[in-house]
Design a protein around this ligand. Sequence first.
Ligand code: ADE
Length: 225
Amino acid sequence: MRIDIITVSPELIKSPFEHSIIKRGIDKKLVDVHFHDLRTYALNDYGKIDDYQFGGGAGMVLMIEPIDKCIAALTSQRTYDEIIYLTPDGETLNQQTANQLSLQKNILLLCGHYKGVDQRVRDLFITREISIGDYVLSGGELGAAVLCDSIIRLIPGVIGDETSALTDSFQDHLLSPPVYTRPAKYKGAEVPEILLSGNFPKIEEWRATQALQRTKKIRPDLLEE
Ligand code: ADE
């Protein structure tokens, strides 16, 4: 899989790709991530990429021309399955979306900044708009990093234990059951006895019950889906 990311702040977004599971996916060549600085396509030598909004109002807007040029340069080299704009007014990211996107070959992400992008960018080039939650970030970069993490960890081979990503919270509309490790007793706090029993069918049953109870208590909305 290949992911291209258009940003006005490449340094802001690079770090999550240099650590842990995402880095492993890149090192194993299971995913190829490329960052594109929008300023490379600026309108002048001062790096102009944004302007005041028509009709007045606070905040700068990313202009269509640099974005058009950047997208055109990328789409001339390959076809993208999705061109995604990260924005607080997009569809909210969930596990199902991450699952779908993890099956794609090429995706292109556009990070918004300031007041956003000229609406014509969204109308003409974008195939999908994604928000990572109902709050406003300073730009789309952190949202893009979150989206990429949720996708990349699902690519077969990225996580060592193949079953591990499939038993994550949300994969089956349930939160995960609690987990414990050594020591079995810490300052009087004990691990549930069933987990030490070696009775694996019973352990699975316990985990399923715990997952259901947790979901009912914390996220009952998931059970309604
Ligand atoms: N850009 C600003 N806020 C965002 C959000 N909540 N999700 C995705 N991109 C954003």
